[in-house]
Design a binder for this molecule. Structure first.
Ligand SMILES: Cc1cc2nc3c(=O)[nH]c(=O)nc-3n(C[C@H](O)[C@H](O)[C@H](O)COP(=O)(O)OP(=O)(O)OC[C@H]3O[C@@H](n4cnc5c(N)ncnc54)[C@H](O)[C@@H]3O)c2cc1C
Length: 434
């Protein structure tokens, strides 16, 4: 393991999502001493569907967790285009084309990362940062334990904000949320269905598209389906002033809703855990300031519409370790280099997220008809495969399959570590957390 001139030191990682745990794993493998703080009282489990592309699977391999990531893609399934009256026809399905490298739940990625964290990685739940002050030699962070209502101030060599879209680290160090969050004027609601819907055979999925809104039921091979509502909204603040199920009924109104919407909204209302949020991207000129760096959604959230948030969280954490190792002399140089190599990819995923709004909430009936026509053509025996191939080779799609650490080289720079000799390969040798 190369630690170079600047010795790895004590690193505070705020947030125990995919970005936080991947960063802890990677930096620990390079000799850093990670302390993780998480706002929640326990580790989250479950979650919604996640497609993980090569951009995420390649770093997952280097982090030593690839074999623990399941592929829950149903092998024989039909994706139905369904309307609220129950009329259905075969759709193209998000899973019918070879762009989804692996399908899983968000919790699957976290469940793979957590046991890989070595015992030396300290974890403190119900803990949030409330003040961050840095000087040339380190960062003083005040940490508040919300369960005990106590605070301590501790010194770290590096602080990583991996605390998601509404990052506290970002607001404490970079500025208020309003400066960096870009609302896409869409809302989502996601949850795991309590049972297989009676109108769908196991493994089948359903998609209901109407102007400005959609409901997608994602099937899995060995898990209950998850449902995702998406809709356009002109007043995002107002969305949070009423109970989410009430908002869904209004957004998908007027009645009659039909069986699929009725049942799914009722199940959402009864669900123990669900997600109801606005779709927002994070736009920052720089992801680092001194000894504080943002990773994952906190830095570049591309939104779920891009399908790249989890993959990039893994890639960003992996590459952060690589550049810290490659530029041992200067933290500023390392972080600048990290950002230079990663940003073209996150920019491209954000573009994808913007464009994909059309898919999740088609603006007009014409867009829905156009989508159906494309599906029809892509199923046609002669022209179909060529059309699918053309779609699959669009740059924004192929970007998803690039292993960022291997290809985004500095001009004339040394090649990044290969999986075999990467410092992350050492991760497998550390004691797993049970
Ligand atoms: C419905 C849906 C579908 C998606 N589908 C895909 C997909 O197909 N493919 C894909 O790649 N991505 C997908 N994503 C995006 C992906 O889930 C996220 O981009 C990814 O999980 C981001 O991880 P993160 O660790 O950066 O942030 P988060 O998952 O938000 O984790 C942040 C963590 O920080 C904690 N935290 C927050 N504030 C504080 C604080 N002040 N102090 C301490 N801890 C704090 C939180 O509790 C949380 O544990 C989807 C997202 C959604 C919502």
């Amino acid at each position: 393991m190369s630690t170079g001139g600047r010795k790895p030191g004590r690193v505070l990682i705020v947030g125990m999502g995919i970005a936080g745990m991947a960063t802890a794993l990677r930096l620990h493998s390079l000799g850093w001493e990670p302390v993780m703080v998480e706002r929640a009282p326990t580790r989250r489990t479950g979650g919604y569907f996640i497609a993980t592309f090569r951009a995420g699977l390649a770093p997952a391999q280097r982090l030593g967790i690839l074999d623990d990531l399941p592929d829950r893609m149903p092998r024989t399934n039909t994706q139905w285009d369904i309307d609220r009256s129950g009329k259905r026809r075969r759709g193209i399905g998000l899973f019918a084309v070879p762009i989804w490298n692996r399908l899983m739940l968000r919790g699957d990625v976290e469940q793979a990362l957590f046991p890989a964290l070595p015992d030396e990685v300290e974890i403190r739940y119900t803990t949030v940062p409330t003040a961050i002050e840095q000087d040339a030699d380190g960062v003083d962070v005040t940490l508040h334990d919300t369960a005990e209502d106590t605070s301590t101030t501790e010194r770290f060599d590096l602080v990583v904000g991996a605390d998601g879209l509404r990052s506290s680290v970002r607001s404490l160090v970079f500025g208020p949320h309003e400066r960096f969050l870009r609302r896409l004027d869409h809302m989502i609601a996601a949850f795991v269905l309590p049972e297989q819907p009676g109108y769908l055979a196991p493994g089948d999925g359903a998609m209901l598209f109407e102007p400005g809104r959609s409901l997608i039921i994602y099937p899995f091979a060995d898990h209950l389906p998850t449902a995702l509502f998406s809709y356009r909204s002109t007043d995002i603040d107002a969305e949070f002033t009423r109970p989410p199920a009430q908002r869904l009924r209004a957004a998908f109104g007027p009645p009659p809703y039909g069986r699929i919407l009725e049942e799914t909204i009722a199940a959402f209302e009864a669900a123990d855990t669900s997600l109801f949020d606005s779709v927002e991207q994070v736009r920052l000129d720089s992801w680092h300031r001194g000894r504080v760096v943002l990773v994952g959604d906190a830095a570049w959230c591309p939104t779920l519409y891009s399908g790249m948030g989890a993959s990039t969280a893994l890639a960003g954490a992996d590459l952060l370790g690589t550049v810290l190792d490659q530029h041992p002399g200067s933290l500023e140089d390392s972080l600048t280099e990290w950002e230079r190599r990663l940003r073209p990819h996150t920019d491209s995923y954000q573009q994808l997220g913007l464009k994909a709004r059309m898919v999740f909430a088609p603006p007009t009936r014409r867009h829905i008809t156009l989508r159906r026509t494309v599906i029809h053509l892509e199923r046609a025996p002669l022209i179909g495969p060529a059309l699918v191939r053309r779609r699959m080779t669009r740059p924004e799609i192929t970007m998803r399959d690039i292993d960022i650490a291997q290809t985004a080289q500095p001009p004339g720079g040394a090649p990044a570590d290969s999986p075999a000799d990467s410092p992350a390969a050492a991760v497998g040798a550390t004691a797993p957390r049970t």
